[in-house]
Design a protein around this ligand. Sequence first.
Ligand SMILES: Cc1cc2nc3c(=O)[nH]c(=O)nc-3n(C[C@H](O)[C@H](O)[C@H](O)COP(=O)(O)O)c2cc1C
Length: 185
Amino acid sequence: MDAKYCIISRRSVRKYSPEPVSEETIRKIVDAARFAPSWKNTQTVRYYAVYDQALKEKIAENDTLGFEFNRKTITRCPVLIVLTSKKNISGYEKDGTYSTPMGKHWQSYDAGIATEALELAAFSYGVGTVTLGIFDADRVGEDMGIPDDEEVSGLIAMGYPVKQGVAPARKSVDELLSFVRSSKD
Ligand SMILES: Cc1cc2nc3c(=O)[nH]c(=O)nc-3n(C[C@H](O)[C@H](O)[C@H](O)COP(=O)(O)O)c2cc1C
């Protein structure tokens, strides 16, 4: 499967077939995702693959800020990936100060890149995913028992899709892209 096909064809999947996603498949997906770029190659992202239905339901009920779609998605997905980041590394100097005026931004940036890599890898194995942004990270961290030196950066629901979704409209290249040249170019 070529990269452009994956990037264009991946869709957010919120309805899953009952077919389980094996640990072996999750391993293969993370084996690819771990090659995502990161701040100074610090690789601060960690992946927790939650199969425990009771725990998924706890997160769905308590931690989705009343957003019904996400409550249902988390309850129904065969696997929930809780993506965490090791704190105070990405975007930081060794003495604990920020490396740039953008502060903690780079930790989230790394988590975003890692999420896209994970989702594209999953797609290449036929596994559907959706990034979930509406949740309470601290509460998920508590419910999961995440270590103190990590914080929750994202949730990704995962499972085999019931059907292939249609892409929501995208902006045109002309709207998104500006070329910047000197007057001599
Ligand atoms: C940062 C981020 C947060 C998102 N949060 C949610 C969410 O809370 N619930 C949800 O169902 N989808 C969520 N999505 C999925 C987007 O709605 C989806 O990517 C967008 O509509 C484009 O559709 P596509 O992924 O099928 O191309 C999120 C996506 C991103 C990147």
